[in-house]
Design a protein around this ligand. Structure first.
Ligand code: ADP
Ligand code: MG
Ligand code: MG
Length: 877
């Protein structure tokens, strides 16, 4: 027979998968001999079984729950459901990883109309007994039956008002009896049945509610954001009650062994006298700092400190503890490794190393790589934020806090920024033409587009805060205003954005600059010591590249060349190139572009000081460069000596039904070899010149995008080689160069051995590879992904977290076959996934040489790569 239920004394801290974090730690603390109210834990497997059985708790599980309850009754010397002296329990949820959004705890379960009288008599404290019962009714109704807590609070408020008192503690036994009658009426009115009187029913309903809460919408969203699989399930702990609401020598509180926001050493916490459970965090009464306990109940405080230190010593990490004092007796109800800010996490990890409690590797494993984002971007001043009004919320597309005046076009944003204003660019969605306005902005807000929309990708690259996909906004770009959260925001008005949470605020909220401490560098040095993967960056401009180098990038894995063409002097030339009718005209236009492109490459090579730079040749469909505004069309027509109608006609002829799968990537070079020639010349001349000027030894890496066939790559490669050799001869240079390709079409992955015969390196373009493998475009995925999450078809966004089973398999195949075709082939990844920790771990496992990600994600990738290497080494032991 399977074991579904464990007494606390049967478990330990290593059983988190089975008992959940809370249950495992309650067991561990029991074994340490700490004062823990006893109880038992129903396993996460029982939760999974509940779902497997069509949301039924099997008789076997029920039986084991009752057996454990028997043992608990014996331990406590009380009977569950006894009317004179009832055993009361709490029912608590706990998954492997602590998960806000899961079910709230139910306290005082086991009381009913009859036993509350016995309980009053037995404890000699009627006020306390009725207070416990009214709390139970409220919690059970809210948590199990989903009748909103606020309805009960309103009743309670009414009674307090009628009596003219402010605090719950000012209500006496008779008042509370009255509360109970009114609560039960409310229950019946809302649900049509009486409040359940049978304690066994109460218990089983509560257990089921915990299981159900695993799948509530809040929990599902939290899991998706934190990479928690849906099949883990939650455990349920049932524990004998202790009471903090028995009078002035009782109380309840929470405390951390170190400060969770700064990381500073020293006890940090709060407690409330004569209170139960969540009163401390509910904000009904103002709690006392934990140090006050030393004055109120010195012996309790001394014992509390002793246990707190013991727990930190035992777990070798900062602890977050919950405790209750019942008539001067201290009980611990929970301990766990405390959540902390990234800043505190690093501070604590370094301190623990210095205190000799953990080693460097453990310190590296302790930091949540994703959270490093917090350190690299401005945040809002906490006090100022409290006063801010939230207008709405959307996707947290690029982290950081930003405040400024609203402008609706890239041009306005740039001009006002040039004039010294802080600006926020608000657009329906952004396009490559908006680049300058985006880089001028403190923050970007879009109405449409997901986490991998143009705005999101570019903003992350620049380290600019971005909130995307705010569908609630009603925007009028022509008249320059938008409506959100009941406010009308006009051009020039201040708003503030939190790109880490997605919140949008009214007004100019003060921000605090990012600051990287010495501890950060210490931790990063440790990470660099253990990682095997190299970390490069995706950078298109010298300033992006410079940023990335500061954050530890070891090269550029993806330098896109298309963004270089959007500047005002350049775009007319590329448009002329596109509209040219003859090769000669096209070459002429391209020749005019060479100096610009060469200048860009030189500037990037200079910043990179000899680190490798992979330059990708032109990739997007040409129509992205074409004019849409009437005045641009007229200007272009004049420039080319043709009529505006002719321009429009040609533009229309370039229309594509599905640009993502259209005339783009290496197909451009196959149809217009002149483009590849021009780009090759620019790359080679830039490298030769910088090598001479700076005494460097740059080996240009030229990357041909969107290849699906060996001959296709060979065709473009021949053009590149021919041009490169010509340039070498012209300049009398013997510079080396490499030619490689992106793997972003499934066919290329499957035929990687053939393709490797022509390619010296592969870079996995996992954005396109994901689109092509799933068969949907990332720009349209936002329209249906939510329904996929809701119906549990997908657990996470495949554009944010690499789909290891599908897309990952293609990567693996390409790695194996690529190495077969060319054993020394260099392998990297340059999709957005290169900065996602779980995807970085995958890259480590399949044996890539490097990951490349946006500059501000470089530290995340360095840390994630180290964690992957340490975990793999540990697993081998
Ligand atoms: P959460 O996971 O939200 O922290 P908990 O299960 O820890 O929920 O319960 C919240 C609070 O309820 C605890 O901090 C504690 O104050 C109170 N509580 C839970 N179980 C008991 C118990 N057996 N006796 C007394 N108080 C309890
Ligand atoms: Mg808790
Ligand atoms: Mg691509």
């Amino acid at each position: 027979m399977a074991k579904w239920v464990y007494l606390f004394k049967e478990g330990n801290a290593d059983m988190k998968n089975l008992l959940g974090g809370k249950g495992a730690n309650l067991a561990e603390m029991t074994n340490l001999g700490l004062p823990i109210p006893q109880g038992f834990t129903v396993t996460t497997e029982a939760c999974t079984d509940y779902y497997d059985k069509g949301k039924q708790i099997s008789d076997e599980i029920k039986g084991q729950i009752f057996d454990a309850l028997k043992v608990l009754e014996e331990q406590q010397g009380k009977e569950f459901g006894n009317v004179d002296d009832p055993l009361l329990v709490s029912v608590r949820s706990g998954a492997r990883a602590s998960m806000p959004g899961m079910m709230d705890t139910i306290l005082n379960l086991g009381l009913n109309d009859e036993s509350v009288e016995g309980f009053a008599k037995k404890t000699g404290n009627a006020r306390f007994a009725y207070d416990s019962y009214r709390r139970f009714i409220q919690m059970f109704s809210d948590v199990v039956m989903e009748v909103s807590k606020s309805k009960f609070e309103k009743v309670l408020e009414g009674i307090k008002e009628a009596k003219g008192v402010h605090d719950d503690t000012d209500l006496d036994a008779d008042d509370l009896k009255d509360v109970i009658v009114k609560f039960k009426d409310l229950y019946k009115k809302e649900l049509g049945t009486d409040f359940p009187q049978n304690p066994v029913d109460q218990l089983m309903e509560a257990v089921k509610a915990v299981f159900r809460s695993w799948d509530n919408p809040r929990a599902i969203v939290y899991r998706r954001m934190n990479d928690i699989p849906g099949n883990w399930g939650t455990a349920v702990s049932v524990q004998a009650m202790v009471f903090g609401n028995m009078g002035n020598t009782s109380g309840t509180g929470v405390a951390f062994t170190r400060n969770p926001s700064t990381g500073e050493k020293g006890i940090f916490g709060e407690y409330l006298i004569n209170a139960q459970g969540e009163d401390v965090v509910a904000g009904i009464r103002t709690p006392q700092p934990i140090t006050q306990l030393e004055k109120d109940l010195p012996e309790c405080f001394a014992e509390f400190m002793k246990i707190a230190n013991k727990l930190e010593e035992h777990y070798k990490d900062m602890q977050d503890m919950e405790f209750t004092i019942q008539e001067g007796r201290l009980f611990f109800l929970q301990t766990r490794n405390g959540k902390r800010t990234a800043h505190a996490a690093i501070h604590i990890a370094c301190d623990l190393v210095d205190e000799g409690k953990i080693d460097e590797k453990t310190a590296v494993l302790r930091i949540d790589a994703k959270a490093l984002d917090q350190l690299l971007h401005p945040t809002f001043d906490t006090e100022a934020l409290k006063a801010g009004k939230v207008l709405g919320s959307a996707l947290p597309a690029s982290p950081g806090a930003a405040a400024g005046r609203v402008y609706f076009t890239a041009e306005d944003a740039k001009n006002h920024n040039d004039a010294g204003e802080r600006v926020i660019l608000v657009r329906k969605e952004t396009s490559p033409e908006d680049i300058e306005g985006m880089s001028a902005a403190e923050g970007i807000l879009t109405v449409r587009g997901g986490m991998t929309s143009h705005a999101a990708v570019v903003a992350r690259g620049m380290g600019t805060a971005c909130v995307s996909g705010c569908g609630e906004i009603k925007i009028d770009e022509a008249d320059k205003y938008f409506e959100l959260g009941g406010e009308v925001i006009k051009e020039g008005d201040y708003i503030s954005l939190d790109g880490s949470t997605g919140d949008i605020y009214l007004g100019d909220i003060q921000t605090t600059e990012a600051s990287i401490s010495g501890n950060f560098h210490r931790l990063m040095d440790w990470a660099d010591k253990y990682r095997k993967l190299k970390v490069r960056t995706n950078a298109d401009t010298p300033s992006d590249a410079e940023n990335a180098i500061k954050l530890g990038a070891e090269g550029i894995g993806l330098c896109r060349t298309e963004h270089m063409f959007f500047e005002p002097e350049r775009i007319p030339k590329i448009r002329r190139m596109i509209l040219s009718k003859t090769v000669e005209d096209r070459e002429e236009a391209l020749n005019e572009l060479i100096p610009y492109q060469k200048g860009d490459f030189k500037a990037i090579y200079e910043v990179m000081e000899g680190h490798p730079v992979t330059i990708r040749f032109l990739d997007p469909p040409l129509h992205e460069f074409l004019p849409t505004e009437e005045e641009d069309i007229i200007a272009l027509a004049e420039d080319m000596g043709i009529t505006p109608e002719e321009v429009k006609e040609t533009c229309e002829s370039l229309h594509e039904f599905n640009p993502m799968m259209g005339h783009r990537g290496c197909r451009l070079a196959v149809t217009y070899p002149e483009i590849a020639k021009m780009q090759t010349r620019a790359v080679m001349e830039a490298a030769i010149e910088v090598n001479a000027e700076k005494g460097l030894n740059i080996v240009p890496e030229i990357m041909i995008p969107l290849v699906g066939e060996r001959k296709e790559l060979k065709f473009v490669k021949d053009i590149v080689v021919e041009t490169a050799e010509t340039v070498k001869q012209e300049k009398g240079s013997d510079i080396k160069y490499m030619i490689g390709t992106m793997i972003e079409i499934p066919r290329a992955a499957l035929l990687a051995d053939e393709i490797a015969a022509e390619a010296e390196f592969f870079s996995f373009g996992t954005n396109d590879l994901t689109q092509m493998t799933f068969g949907f475009s990332r720009d349209d995925a936002g329209k249906f992904l939510d329904a996929y999450y809701k119906n549990k078809i997908y657990e996470s966004d495949p554009f944010a977290r690499l789909d290891q089973s599908g897309v990952g398999q293609l990567v693996q195949i390409a790695v194996e076959r690529g190495r077969k075709g060319r054993p020394e082939i260099k392998l990297g990844i340059c999709g957005e996934h290169g900065g996602d920790p779980s995807s970085v771990e995958f890259c480590h496992q399949v044996g890539l040489d490097y990951v490349s990600c946006s500059p501000f994600r470089v530290p995340i990738a360095r840390l994630a790569a180290a964690q992957a290497a340490i975990k793999q080494a540990d697993a081998k032991k």
